[in-house]
Design a protein around this ligand. Structure first.
Ligand code: IMP
Length: 187
């Protein structure tokens, strides 16, 4: 495995700047707050990629919110292809029965992960279940998913930053970018 010294130097193209992301997150928070006015929300985030988005989005929502975190795996290590296998690595901490749930996702690619998660969470009998994703790559969808809030629709490119990783790195970049092709070939 290659040691990365300068993460920024591995980025070939910045797809979404920090400003673009922050502006959109504020808009999403305002829309969610208006749509769900008078209610209390439980945000269920999917580790690890959704961490920065969750942290920013929860503060952009003006309603009372609880949060819970799940971790699922859909990729094996430093690969860019979905395996289609979903495993729960960390479950919810408390019951969501009767609660208004908003799933907070980093990216929907094939949709396999979210499809599994939605079915799993529906089984826990929430009052309602909505989905908010920062990024959507519709070109690669294998299962149809009803998404309520989408930050940005992006082309079919593997992206990193603002939570998204390649081989567990690049999550702490403040922007979303595309890696230089040589980064994959040296892996
Ligand atoms: P799906 O099951 O194919 O929709 O994949 C969802 C998960 O795959 C996301 O939550 C990410 O963790 C990961 N993923 C999908 N596309 C990308 C990408 O472009 N960059 C980094 N991770 C990705």
């Amino acid at each position: 495995m290659r040691t990365v010294v300068d993460q920024g130097a591995d980025i070939g193209e910045v797809l979404l700047t920090e400003d673009q992301i922050q502006t959109r997150v504020a808009e999403l928070g305002a829309a969610i707050s208006a749509d769900m006015a008078g209610r209390q929300l439980t945000l269920v985030s999917v580790l690890k990629g959704s961490l920065p988005f969750m942290a920013d989005l929860m503060r952009a929502i003006s309603l009372p919110v609880r949060i819970d975190l799940m971790e699922v795996s859909s990729y094996g290590g430093a690969t860019t292809e979905s395996s289609g296998l979903v495993r729960i690595l960390k479950d919810l901490s408390s019951s969501i029965e009767g609660e208004d749930i908003l799933i907070v996702e980093d990216i929907i690619d094939t949709g396999l992960t979210l499809n599994y998660l939605v079915r799993y969470l529906r089984g826990k009998k929430p009052a309602s279940l909505r989905i908010c994703t920062l990024l959507d790559k519709p070109a690669r969808r294998l299962v149809e998913i009803d998404v309520n809030y989408t930050g940005f629709t992006i082309p079919d490119q593997f992206v990193v930053g603002y939570g998204l990783d390649y081989g567990e790195l690049y999550r702490n970049l403040r922007y979303v970018g595309v890696l230089k092709p040589e980064v994959y070939s040296q892996a």
